[in-house]
Design a binder for this molecule. Sequence first.
Ligand code: AMP
Ligand code: GLY
Length: 389
Amino acid sequence: MARFAELVALDAGDHDAVCRFCEGQRIGLVVIGPEGPLVDGLADSLRDAGVPTFGPGRAAAQLEGSKGFTKDLCARANIPTGGYVRVDNEADGLAALARFGAPVVVKADGLAAGKGVTVAMTMPEAEEAIREIFAGRFGEAGAEAVIEEFLDGEEASFFALTDGHTIVPFASAQDHKRVGDGDTGPNTGGMGAYSPARVLTPALEAEVMTRIIAPTVKTLADEGMPYTGVLFLGLMLTRQGPQLIEYNCRYGDPECQVMMLRLESDLGELLFACADNRLGALPPPRFSADTALTVVMAAEGYPGTPKQGGSIAGIGQAEAGGALVFHAGTALKDGQLVASGGRVLNVTARGTSVSEAQTRAYAAVDAIDFPEGFCRRDIGWREVVREQG
Ligand code: AMP
Ligand code: GLY
């Protein structure tokens, strides 16, 4: 980012400091990236101070901040999603589990950095998850839990922009959440992604727009919590059609990287139109028909404790072939590029098919020398299998 912009150390939790900075610098648009400040109401503080802001306020950000809130909204608006119960103590949780039976999904209600969900194949696993939540493993985020019907199918993500009334489809992507090849091992923030996700056909996208997104935006507006920003839907494509797994209030990581590589419209203009309530006045976003695919290079130990400080070289060679390497967790130490996070690099390439984008992305990965890093070798595998027919 420092290559393109001036970096400023601001604490996003200090709303006064952020507002003062924006007023002082006459900032024309704030785009709030992560879920924490959104759920914490930073967008409300900025809008109150007259700063145009892309992102939902505290009330609408409950879509990501409280799984129970979202499930209740789905129930009120008749949105397709798995059956559920909300519980606020262990005894009720265990009793509810007995009614569901395994497989079943147990979720801490609040933000848990992607670690609050247990897809339990057996009752003991599910019971253990309930006990952990109410023993305080997630702090306040686990004051409540949601027990949810297990949905079977292929997952895909879909994104839409809204200014609170106009809704425009953005793009689709497919993430790879597990740390290991073949979707094995623990969950992560995402080890790679590609866009578009062709498994989400135009007909399915239209169904998602009318049956899930439109009633969500309308219900939130009708209930006095209009949503401005991007809606990120986690979907399960079941035999009964697409069902909502979850909402996020932001662009996903690494889904964002692959969608941005395909976007041909001016992103700033789109986000500003959302903040400014005139999304309907713009032409819909245009995307390249190409596929973009990104491979996450992570530091050894991730998603546990990642090893910090591992040296990285070869980014220039990787990009010479047309790939683009996003820095997610890097730092410069005495002029040497080193790892400073869990997910460290997003090695991203385009192609006319997923297979081609995959080949190019891994050629770029192989040009990078990061001995204390690792990556999955199979990003895009579902679609590659389909392309190879
Ligand atoms: P989340 O943190 O809410 O994205 O959930 C993490 C992962 O758990 C999702 O990406 C799904 O793979 C899985 N998951 C969540 N809810 C369900 C469900 N009701 N049925 C099956 N899998 C689920
Ligand atoms: N990659 C999933 C997320 O950003 O939540």
